[in-house]
Design a protein around this ligand. Structure first.
Ligand SMILES: C[S@@+](CC[C@H](N)C(=O)[O-])C[C@H]1O[C@@H](n2cnc3c(N)ncnc32)[C@H](O)[C@@H]1O
Length: 346
């Protein structure tokens, strides 16, 4: 799993946004959110603009901190963060029962870290669907470097309106991506449509848990921090995802919040009290260095104006995620496997 350097971070901030427009894009992005007077209705109506601005602004920070896979993972004692991330991807492939030669869809594929790993692990062909052009351009480069461009490709499209015929795929998965959908039912219905009958869809979803109290001010603050720091229009409850899956026509094979059994908490890499050399850039000390480095790079003009502001809202995300995880009101690891019944064509 490769990690980008400081200059890659600086030159990538803003993605496909013109460098001179990065600062105003940060302003516009922030205004969608509660801390800046924004509301859920506006975020949902403008989800394409909001989510694309977010990923244009943050992708190079993600690559710098996380590597090629942009997701959390349950973790065993003695296991490094990169090992746990790969194991989480292998687990998904095993739960889907992937077989060599199958045609698989990765919904909201980022820059393709999971896609390359799962395609190699299971000898399948994986198509990555993503609505962010910058991430696809990064993914194509990394596919070539990894030598998987014969079996893996990318399509730029919205997962609410997929450009595939009915019954196209042998399996579909989504890793921490469909939480960006303005409506879970609409998104799951599209997945249902493109999946072959009798085949499975599996996902890791970002959700509020049953411990979340919508009237509790502190809970509300944590939820709003996660939304702004992670480009989310809203965060659904686990049971709302389950209801949406069933309404879309799926039979739920199994579902579980995998955070519950993880010996090492998923949020530990971001926790201020934790230090690790192997995931140094994610730690509070590492983030302090990154903040100062970005300040210098912005000052000398190597990173666009607005870069520090991106780092600031990512910092907010880290705080919200750790608090949400510690209080068990939020999980990024709500996992399910759902089957499209046989005999259903759409
Ligand atoms: C947190 S990232 C996860 C990426 C990838 N699954 C991984 O684990 O590395 C969420 C991804 O969902 C994509 N996404 C968000 N909304 C989308 C939409 N409406 N249609 C397609 N992709 C979308 C984003 O562009 C981003 O790549």
């Amino acid at each position: 799993m490769s990690k980008a350097g400081a200059l890659d971070l600086a030159s990538g901030v803003g993605g496909k946004i013109e460098k001179d427009d990065v600062l105003s894009a940060v302003d516009k992005y922030e205004k969608y959110h509660v801390h800046y007077g924004g509301d859920e209705k506006d975020r949902k109506e403008n989800y394409t603009d909001m989510v694309n601005k977010y990923y244009d602004l943050v992708t190079s920070f993600y690559e710098f901190g996380w590597g090629e896979s942009f997701h959390f993972a349950p973790r065993w004692k003695g296991e490094s963060l990169p090992e746990s991330i790969k194991r989480h991807e292998h687990f998904l492939a095993l739960q889907l029962g992937l077989k060599p030669g199958q045609k698989v869809l990765d919904v909201g594929c980022g820059i393709g870290g999971p896609l390359r790993e799962i395609a190699r692990f299971s000898s399948t062909s994986v198509t990555g669907l993503n609505n962010n052009e910058y991430q696809i351009s990064r993914g194509k480069v990394l596919n070539r470097v990894a030598g998987v461009e014969q079996t893996c490709d990318f399509i730029k499209a919205d997962f609410m309106k997929m450009p595939f015929p009915d019954n196209s795929f042998d399996a579909v998965y989504a890793i921490e991506a469909t939480c960006h959908a303005p409506d879970a039912y609409g998104c799951y219905s599209e997945i249902y449509r493109v999946l072959k009958p009798g085949q499975c869809f599996a996902a890791y979803e970002w959700c509020m848990t049953d411990a979340f109290d919508p009237k509790n001010k502190e809970h509300q603050k944590i939820k709003a921090e996660i939304e702004i720091g992670d480009g989310l229009p809203d965060i659904r409850l686990t049971r709302q995802c389950l209801e949406a899956l069933k309404k879309a026509g799926f039979d739920v094979v199994w579902e579980k919040d995998l955070a519950a059994d993880s010996p090492i908490p998923w949020y530990l890499p971001l926790d201020k009290n934790h230090f690790s050399l192997s995931s140094f850039r994610l730690t509070a000390v590492g983030r302090f260095f990154t903040r100062n480095m970005v300040k210098v790079l912005e000052y000398v003009g190597l990173a666009p104006n607005g870069s520090q502001r991106v780092q600031d809202f990512l910092e907010k995300a880290a705080e919200g995620l750790v608090e949400g995880g510690r209080k068990e009101i939020f999980t990024p690891l709500y996992f399910f496997v759902a089957r499209k019944p046989n005999g259903q064509t759409q």
